[in-house]
Design a protein around this ligand. Structure first.
Ligand SMILES: [Zn+2]
Ligand SMILES: [Zn+2]
Length: 112
């Protein structure tokens, strides 16, 4: 249900990008519990937005994030390094996908 809603939200965004005149310059993935996207560093437009595609281990193939629903509503999104084990960041979102909290991990804390 939530994924379906995110898909509907993504469609008009994708269509609006088709009319953009320049090639967007993008850096890291931005994300919430529903979708991931890039933000152009020049025009600040959202681009490449798409729903997460989770692998069998629950980590998105595109942005390396895993999503855990919070019992009190909203969700926690954990972003992993490309190894799928090292946690890079953790975000807490409300039901609308607004960020409530952000934690950046010191990579040296995760070496096991
Ligand atoms: Zn742009
Ligand atoms: Zn993703």
């Amino acid at each position: 249900m939530k994924k379906l809603l995110a898909l509907f939200l993504a469609i008009p965004l994708l269509l609006s990008l088709a009319s953009c005149g320049h090639r967007h310059t993008v850096e890291n993935w931005h994300l919430n519990q529903y979708t991931h996207w890039h933000v152009c560093t020049e025009c600040k437009k959202k681009t490449d937005e798409a729903p997460h595609e989770f692998r069998s281990n629950g980590i998105c193939v595109v942005c390396n994030a895993s999503v855990t629903e919070n019992s009190g509503g909203g969700a926690t999104v954990t972003v992993y390094d490309t190894d799928g084990k090292t946690k890079l960041k953790e975000y807490v979102f409300d039901d609308e996908g607004n960020m409530l909290d952000e934690t950046v991990f010191n990579n040296s804390d995760n070496i096991t």
